[in-house]
Design a protein around this ligand. Structure first.
Ligand SMILES: C[S@@+](CC[C@H](N)C(=O)[O-])C[C@H]1O[C@@H](n2cnc3c(N)ncnc32)[C@H](O)[C@@H]1O
Length: 373
Protein backbone atom coordinates (compact mmCIF):
# COMPACT_ATOMS: atom_id res chain seq x y z
CA UNK A 1 0.00 0.00 0.00
CA UNK A 2 1.36 3.44 -0.93
CA UNK A 3 2.18 6.22 1.54
CA UNK A 4 -0.86 8.30 0.64
CA UNK A 5 -3.23 5.33 1.03
CA UNK A 6 -1.74 4.49 4.43
CA UNK A 7 -2.05 8.12 5.52
CA UNK A 8 -5.65 8.26 4.26
CA UNK A 9 -6.41 5.12 6.26
CA UNK A 10 -4.83 6.59 9.39
CA UNK A 11 -6.97 9.70 8.96
CA UNK A 12 -10.07 7.64 8.31
CA UNK A 13 -9.50 5.99 11.64
CA UNK A 14 -10.41 9.33 13.25
CA UNK A 15 -12.61 8.24 16.14
CA UNK A 16 -16.24 9.22 15.91
CA UNK A 17 -16.38 12.31 18.03
CA UNK A 18 -17.01 11.28 21.67
CA UNK A 19 -20.11 12.86 23.17
CA UNK A 20 -18.15 15.31 25.38
CA UNK A 21 -16.28 16.36 22.23
CA UNK A 22 -19.46 16.55 20.17
CA UNK A 23 -20.80 19.12 22.65
CA UNK A 24 -17.51 20.98 22.25
CA UNK A 25 -17.84 20.77 18.45
CA UNK A 26 -21.37 22.17 18.57
CA UNK A 27 -20.24 25.02 20.83
CA UNK A 28 -17.25 25.80 18.63
CA UNK A 29 -19.39 25.73 15.51
CA UNK A 30 -21.78 28.26 16.97
CA UNK A 31 -19.09 30.43 18.54
CA UNK A 32 -16.46 30.54 15.85
CA UNK A 33 -16.10 28.29 12.75
CA UNK A 34 -12.38 29.02 12.51
CA UNK A 35 -11.89 27.64 16.06
CA UNK A 36 -13.69 24.50 14.86
CA UNK A 37 -11.34 24.20 11.89
CA UNK A 38 -8.26 24.50 14.13
CA UNK A 39 -9.71 21.91 16.51
CA UNK A 40 -10.37 19.52 13.59
CA UNK A 41 -6.83 20.06 12.28
CA UNK A 42 -5.32 19.30 15.69
CA UNK A 43 -7.44 16.13 15.93
CA UNK A 44 -6.38 14.98 12.46
CA UNK A 45 -2.71 15.69 13.22
CA UNK A 46 -2.81 13.80 16.49
CA UNK A 47 -4.54 10.76 14.91
CA UNK A 48 -1.98 10.78 12.08
CA UNK A 49 0.87 11.09 14.61
CA UNK A 50 -0.48 8.06 16.54
CA UNK A 51 -0.34 6.19 13.21
CA UNK A 52 3.29 7.29 12.78
CA UNK A 53 2.67 10.16 10.30
CA UNK A 54 3.65 13.80 10.54
CA UNK A 55 1.07 16.10 8.94
CA UNK A 56 2.48 19.52 8.20
CA UNK A 57 1.48 22.42 5.93
CA UNK A 58 3.62 22.66 2.82
CA UNK A 59 5.32 25.94 2.01
CA UNK A 60 5.04 27.41 -1.52
CA UNK A 61 8.25 25.71 -2.63
CA UNK A 62 7.11 22.28 -1.41
CA UNK A 63 3.70 22.69 -3.06
CA UNK A 64 5.33 22.91 -6.46
CA UNK A 65 6.54 19.37 -6.06
CA UNK A 66 3.07 18.06 -5.37
CA UNK A 67 0.74 19.88 -7.74
CA UNK A 68 0.27 21.46 -11.10
CA UNK A 69 2.21 24.71 -11.18
CA UNK A 70 3.52 27.22 -13.67
CA UNK A 71 6.04 30.00 -13.82
CA UNK A 72 4.29 33.32 -14.44
CA UNK A 73 7.46 35.41 -14.40
CA UNK A 74 7.33 35.48 -18.21
CA UNK A 75 3.95 37.02 -19.08
CA UNK A 76 1.62 35.38 -21.57
CA UNK A 77 1.96 36.76 -25.11
CA UNK A 78 -0.75 39.24 -26.18
CA UNK A 79 -4.06 37.51 -26.90
CA UNK A 80 -3.04 34.17 -25.36
CA UNK A 81 -5.30 34.44 -22.30
CA UNK A 82 -8.28 35.29 -24.53
CA UNK A 83 -7.56 32.44 -26.98
CA UNK A 84 -6.50 29.68 -24.60
CA UNK A 85 -9.87 29.21 -22.90
CA UNK A 86 -11.93 26.07 -22.59
CA UNK A 87 -14.91 27.93 -24.09
CA UNK A 88 -12.98 28.97 -27.22
CA UNK A 89 -15.42 28.06 -30.05
CA UNK A 90 -12.57 26.39 -31.97
CA UNK A 91 -11.84 24.04 -29.07
CA UNK A 92 -15.54 23.41 -28.43
CA UNK A 93 -16.00 22.47 -32.09
CA UNK A 94 -12.89 20.28 -32.10
CA UNK A 95 -14.06 18.51 -28.93
CA UNK A 96 -17.46 17.82 -30.50
CA UNK A 97 -15.76 16.38 -33.58
CA UNK A 98 -13.57 14.10 -31.42
CA UNK A 99 -16.60 13.06 -29.30
CA UNK A 100 -18.57 12.02 -32.34
CA UNK A 101 -15.74 9.91 -33.79
CA UNK A 102 -16.20 6.19 -33.59
CA UNK A 103 -12.55 5.13 -33.36
CA UNK A 104 -10.80 3.31 -30.52
CA UNK A 105 -8.20 6.09 -30.22
CA UNK A 106 -10.79 8.05 -28.26
CA UNK A 107 -11.45 5.21 -25.75
CA UNK A 108 -9.81 7.22 -22.97
CA UNK A 109 -8.92 5.80 -19.60
CA UNK A 110 -6.67 8.57 -18.27
CA UNK A 111 -7.07 11.61 -20.53
CA UNK A 112 -10.68 12.32 -19.64
CA UNK A 113 -12.15 15.77 -19.00
CA UNK A 114 -11.83 15.37 -15.22
CA UNK A 115 -8.11 14.54 -15.59
CA UNK A 116 -7.55 17.61 -17.75
CA UNK A 117 -9.44 19.82 -15.30
CA UNK A 118 -7.17 18.68 -12.46
CA UNK A 119 -3.93 18.63 -14.42
CA UNK A 120 -3.95 21.55 -16.80
CA UNK A 121 -4.24 25.29 -16.67
CA UNK A 122 -4.91 25.85 -20.38
CA UNK A 123 -3.12 29.16 -20.99
CA UNK A 124 -0.07 27.98 -19.01
CA UNK A 125 0.22 24.72 -20.92
CA UNK A 126 4.02 24.60 -20.68
CA UNK A 127 3.91 24.66 -16.88
CA UNK A 128 4.32 21.56 -14.73
CA UNK A 129 1.21 19.69 -15.75
CA UNK A 130 -0.19 16.68 -17.61
CA UNK A 131 2.12 17.28 -20.60
CA UNK A 132 5.59 17.64 -19.11
CA UNK A 133 6.34 17.07 -15.43
CA UNK A 134 9.03 19.47 -14.32
CA UNK A 135 9.09 19.74 -10.56
CA UNK A 136 6.89 16.84 -9.58
CA UNK A 137 9.16 14.17 -10.98
CA UNK A 138 12.28 15.83 -9.66
CA UNK A 139 10.74 16.43 -6.23
CA UNK A 140 13.14 18.18 -3.88
CA UNK A 141 16.45 19.62 -4.99
CA UNK A 142 14.97 20.20 -8.49
CA UNK A 143 17.59 22.82 -9.23
CA UNK A 144 20.52 20.50 -8.51
CA UNK A 145 18.92 17.54 -10.25
CA UNK A 146 18.14 19.59 -13.34
CA UNK A 147 21.82 20.59 -13.45
CA UNK A 148 22.85 16.94 -13.38
CA UNK A 149 20.34 16.27 -16.16
CA UNK A 150 21.92 19.07 -18.18
CA UNK A 151 25.40 17.55 -17.69
CA UNK A 152 24.17 14.15 -18.83
CA UNK A 153 22.32 15.47 -21.91
CA UNK A 154 25.19 17.80 -22.81
CA UNK A 155 27.67 14.91 -22.79
CA UNK A 156 25.79 13.33 -25.75
CA UNK A 157 24.78 16.54 -27.56
CA UNK A 158 26.55 15.50 -30.78
CA UNK A 159 24.66 18.08 -32.87
CA UNK A 160 25.46 21.01 -30.57
CA UNK A 161 21.74 21.67 -30.02
CA UNK A 162 22.11 23.14 -26.55
CA UNK A 163 24.05 25.97 -28.15
CA UNK A 164 21.42 26.53 -30.85
CA UNK A 165 17.98 25.88 -29.34
CA UNK A 166 16.59 28.39 -26.88
CA UNK A 167 14.27 28.35 -23.91
CA UNK A 168 12.27 31.51 -23.30
CA UNK A 169 10.02 30.21 -20.51
CA UNK A 170 6.86 31.17 -22.43
CA UNK A 171 3.45 29.74 -21.41
CA UNK A 172 4.55 28.89 -17.89
CA UNK A 173 7.62 26.67 -18.44
CA UNK A 174 9.90 26.48 -15.40
CA UNK A 175 13.41 27.46 -16.42
CA UNK A 176 16.75 26.95 -14.70
CA UNK A 177 19.88 29.03 -15.21
CA UNK A 178 23.39 27.95 -14.27
CA UNK A 179 26.28 30.41 -14.33
CA UNK A 180 26.62 32.07 -17.73
CA UNK A 181 24.74 29.35 -19.57
CA UNK A 182 21.47 30.13 -21.33
CA UNK A 183 18.35 28.97 -19.46
CA UNK A 184 17.20 25.36 -19.81
CA UNK A 185 13.90 23.61 -19.16
CA UNK A 186 12.62 20.06 -19.07
CA UNK A 187 11.08 20.66 -22.54
CA UNK A 188 14.46 21.67 -23.96
CA UNK A 189 16.57 18.99 -22.26
CA UNK A 190 14.16 16.12 -23.01
CA UNK A 191 13.89 17.17 -26.65
CA UNK A 192 17.66 17.54 -27.16
CA UNK A 193 18.18 14.19 -25.49
CA UNK A 194 15.59 12.49 -27.72
CA UNK A 195 17.02 14.01 -30.91
CA UNK A 196 20.59 13.03 -29.90
CA UNK A 197 19.47 9.49 -29.10
CA UNK A 198 17.71 9.04 -32.44
CA UNK A 199 20.65 10.58 -34.26
CA UNK A 200 23.03 8.12 -32.62
CA UNK A 201 20.76 5.13 -33.22
CA UNK A 202 19.41 5.70 -36.72
CA UNK A 203 21.13 8.79 -38.09
CA UNK A 204 18.12 11.13 -37.75
CA UNK A 205 20.05 14.24 -38.81
CA UNK A 206 21.44 12.68 -41.98
CA UNK A 207 18.30 11.08 -43.44
CA UNK A 208 17.40 12.86 -46.69
CA UNK A 209 13.90 14.37 -46.60
CA UNK A 210 13.24 13.13 -43.06
CA UNK A 211 9.59 12.32 -42.26
CA UNK A 212 8.34 11.90 -38.69
CA UNK A 213 4.94 10.90 -37.32
CA UNK A 214 4.35 11.96 -33.68
CA UNK A 215 1.45 10.11 -32.03
CA UNK A 216 0.27 11.75 -28.80
CA UNK A 217 2.19 14.89 -29.73
CA UNK A 218 0.98 16.95 -26.75
CA UNK A 219 1.40 20.70 -27.23
CA UNK A 220 3.99 20.12 -29.97
CA UNK A 221 7.15 20.09 -27.85
CA UNK A 222 9.09 17.69 -30.09
CA UNK A 223 7.77 19.13 -33.36
CA UNK A 224 8.95 22.60 -32.34
CA UNK A 225 12.40 21.37 -31.32
CA UNK A 226 12.96 19.00 -34.27
CA UNK A 227 11.93 21.61 -36.81
CA UNK A 228 14.37 24.10 -35.27
CA UNK A 229 17.16 21.52 -35.01
CA UNK A 230 17.11 19.56 -38.27
CA UNK A 231 17.38 21.22 -41.70
CA UNK A 232 16.81 17.83 -43.38
CA UNK A 233 13.20 17.70 -42.08
CA UNK A 234 10.64 17.32 -44.85
CA UNK A 235 7.54 16.41 -42.83
CA UNK A 236 6.60 16.28 -39.17
CA UNK A 237 2.98 15.26 -38.58
CA UNK A 238 1.51 15.68 -35.10
CA UNK A 239 -1.60 13.73 -34.18
CA UNK A 240 -3.33 13.12 -30.86
CA UNK A 241 -6.39 11.36 -29.45
CA UNK A 242 -7.29 14.33 -27.24
CA UNK A 243 -8.97 17.44 -28.69
CA UNK A 244 -7.39 19.79 -26.12
CA UNK A 245 -3.91 18.57 -27.11
CA UNK A 246 -4.58 19.12 -30.81
CA UNK A 247 -5.94 22.59 -30.05
CA UNK A 248 -2.85 23.54 -28.00
CA UNK A 249 -0.47 21.95 -30.51
CA UNK A 250 -1.99 23.95 -33.35
CA UNK A 251 -1.83 27.17 -31.33
CA UNK A 252 1.71 26.61 -30.05
CA UNK A 253 3.27 25.62 -33.36
CA UNK A 254 1.72 28.65 -35.06
CA UNK A 255 3.04 30.80 -32.23
CA UNK A 256 6.54 29.36 -32.78
CA UNK A 257 6.19 29.99 -36.53
CA UNK A 258 7.39 26.50 -37.37
CA UNK A 259 8.05 25.79 -41.08
CA UNK A 260 5.37 24.39 -43.41
CA UNK A 261 6.93 20.93 -43.03
CA UNK A 262 5.17 20.69 -39.62
CA UNK A 263 1.49 19.75 -39.73
CA UNK A 264 -1.07 19.29 -36.97
CA UNK A 265 -3.52 16.62 -38.09
CA UNK A 266 -6.83 16.60 -36.20
CA UNK A 267 -7.84 13.03 -35.35
CA UNK A 268 -10.97 13.11 -37.57
CA UNK A 269 -8.54 13.65 -40.48
CA UNK A 270 -6.27 10.72 -39.61
CA UNK A 271 -6.75 9.26 -43.06
CA UNK A 272 -4.77 12.19 -44.47
CA UNK A 273 -1.62 10.92 -42.75
CA UNK A 274 1.09 10.04 -45.28
CA UNK A 275 1.82 6.47 -46.39
CA UNK A 276 5.52 6.73 -45.57
CA UNK A 277 7.44 8.01 -42.58
CA UNK A 278 11.00 7.26 -41.49
CA UNK A 279 9.96 7.00 -37.87
CA UNK A 280 6.90 7.13 -35.61
CA UNK A 281 7.49 8.48 -32.10
CA UNK A 282 5.34 7.95 -29.05
CA UNK A 283 6.68 9.74 -26.00
CA UNK A 284 4.90 9.18 -22.68
CA UNK A 285 1.65 8.68 -24.52
CA UNK A 286 0.80 4.97 -25.02
CA UNK A 287 1.39 4.46 -21.28
CA UNK A 288 -1.56 6.79 -20.70
CA UNK A 289 -3.86 4.97 -23.16
CA UNK A 290 -5.97 1.81 -23.05
CA UNK A 291 -4.93 -1.39 -24.86
CA UNK A 292 -7.81 -0.72 -27.21
CA UNK A 293 -6.47 2.72 -28.18
CA UNK A 294 -2.86 1.49 -28.44
CA UNK A 295 -3.97 -1.39 -30.68
CA UNK A 296 -5.79 1.07 -32.95
CA UNK A 297 -2.71 3.29 -33.29
CA UNK A 298 -0.44 0.31 -33.96
CA UNK A 299 -2.80 -0.75 -36.76
CA UNK A 300 -2.40 2.74 -38.27
CA UNK A 301 1.38 2.35 -38.00
CA UNK A 302 1.41 -1.18 -39.42
CA UNK A 303 -0.61 -0.20 -42.49
CA UNK A 304 2.03 2.40 -43.37
CA UNK A 305 5.59 2.19 -44.49
CA UNK A 306 7.47 3.14 -41.28
CA UNK A 307 10.83 1.52 -40.54
CA UNK A 308 11.42 2.84 -37.02
CA UNK A 309 9.28 3.22 -33.91
CA UNK A 310 10.37 4.96 -30.70
CA UNK A 311 8.33 4.42 -27.54
CA UNK A 312 9.16 6.12 -24.25
CA UNK A 313 6.87 4.55 -21.66
CA UNK A 314 6.15 5.79 -18.14
CA UNK A 315 7.59 2.59 -16.63
CA UNK A 316 11.26 1.82 -17.33
CA UNK A 317 11.38 -1.80 -18.42
CA UNK A 318 7.86 -2.63 -19.51
CA UNK A 319 5.38 -1.25 -21.97
CA UNK A 320 2.24 -0.90 -19.87
CA UNK A 321 -1.15 0.56 -20.76
CA UNK A 322 -3.61 2.29 -18.42
CA UNK A 323 -6.97 0.55 -18.21
CA UNK A 324 -10.26 1.92 -16.92
CA UNK A 325 -10.15 -0.18 -13.73
CA UNK A 326 -6.65 1.16 -12.94
CA UNK A 327 -4.87 -2.00 -14.06
CA UNK A 328 -1.94 -1.87 -16.48
CA UNK A 329 -1.48 -4.32 -19.30
CA UNK A 330 1.63 -5.28 -21.25
CA UNK A 331 1.29 -3.94 -24.79
CA UNK A 332 4.66 -5.26 -26.05
CA UNK A 333 2.88 -8.18 -27.83
CA UNK A 334 0.82 -5.61 -29.79
CA UNK A 335 4.01 -3.88 -30.95
CA UNK A 336 5.43 -7.23 -32.10
CA UNK A 337 2.16 -8.11 -33.83
CA UNK A 338 2.43 -4.82 -35.75
CA UNK A 339 5.68 -6.19 -37.21
CA UNK A 340 8.32 -4.52 -35.00
CA UNK A 341 11.31 -6.00 -33.18
CA UNK A 342 13.06 -4.22 -30.35
CA UNK A 343 16.59 -3.14 -31.31
CA UNK A 344 17.53 -1.02 -28.31
CA UNK A 345 16.52 -0.32 -24.73
CA UNK A 346 18.48 2.13 -22.60
CA UNK A 347 17.90 4.69 -19.85
CA UNK A 348 17.28 8.19 -21.19
CA UNK A 349 19.98 9.46 -18.83
CA UNK A 350 22.86 7.23 -19.79
CA UNK A 351 25.52 8.11 -17.25
CA UNK A 352 25.06 5.63 -14.38
CA UNK A 353 26.53 7.96 -11.75
CA UNK A 354 24.45 10.97 -12.79
CA UNK A 355 21.29 8.89 -13.22
CA UNK A 356 21.56 7.59 -9.66
CA UNK A 357 21.49 11.20 -8.42
CA UNK A 358 18.89 12.46 -10.92
CA UNK A 359 16.80 9.47 -9.81
CA UNK A 360 14.66 9.44 -12.95
CA UNK A 361 14.55 6.12 -14.75
CA UNK A 362 12.70 6.73 -18.01
CA UNK A 363 13.88 4.43 -20.79
CA UNK A 364 14.06 4.58 -24.57
CA UNK A 365 12.55 1.59 -26.37
CA UNK A 366 13.51 1.58 -30.04
CA UNK A 367 11.92 -0.81 -32.54
CA UNK A 368 12.59 -1.61 -36.18
CA UNK A 369 10.15 -3.10 -38.64
CA UNK A 370 11.16 -6.71 -39.18
CA UNK A 371 10.74 -6.30 -42.93
CA UNK A 372 12.94 -3.15 -43.03
CA UNK A 373 15.88 -3.34 -45.42
C1 LIG B 1 2.35 13.09 -21.12
S1 LIG B 1 1.69 13.75 -22.60
C2 LIG B 1 3.11 13.65 -23.65
C3 LIG B 1 3.05 14.62 -24.76
C4 LIG B 1 4.23 14.60 -25.74
N1 LIG B 1 4.41 13.31 -26.35
C5 LIG B 1 5.50 15.04 -25.08
O1 LIG B 1 6.33 14.17 -24.77
O2 LIG B 1 5.68 16.24 -24.87
C6 LIG B 1 0.65 12.44 -23.19
C7 LIG B 1 0.02 12.72 -24.53
O3 LIG B 1 -0.75 11.56 -24.91
C8 LIG B 1 -1.94 12.03 -25.54
N2 LIG B 1 -2.96 10.99 -25.52
C9 LIG B 1 -3.72 10.59 -24.48
N3 LIG B 1 -4.58 9.64 -24.88
C10 LIG B 1 -4.35 9.42 -26.19
C11 LIG B 1 -4.92 8.57 -27.17
N4 LIG B 1 -5.90 7.73 -26.88
N5 LIG B 1 -4.43 8.60 -28.42
C12 LIG B 1 -3.39 9.44 -28.74
N6 LIG B 1 -2.85 10.29 -27.86
C13 LIG B 1 -3.31 10.28 -26.60
C14 LIG B 1 -2.31 13.26 -24.72
O4 LIG B 1 -3.23 14.07 -25.38
C15 LIG B 1 -0.95 13.89 -24.56
O5 LIG B 1 -0.67 14.70 -25.67
Amino acid sequence: MGYSSRLALALLRLPTVPSSDSQLVAKLKRANPSLLRSWAKRQAKSVAARGGYLVTKMDDEARRYARVSHNDEVPLPPGAAETLRTDNPKLVELQAAYDSLDVAATAHTQWRQSFLKRNLSLAWFRGDNAYVWQFRQLRNAAEARMYLTLLDVESRDRLGLLKRLEEDGKFGAWTFTYGNRPPVSRDLLDSVNEISYLDAQMGLSSIDSLKILDIGAGYGRMAHRVSAALPNLEAYDCIDGVATSTFLCDYYLKYRQVPDSVRVVPLPEYETLADDYDIAVNIHSFSECSMEAIGWWLDRIAERNIDWLLIVPNTPHQLLSTELDGSMKDFAPLVRAAGYVQVDERPVFENDELRALIDLHDTFHLFRRSSAK
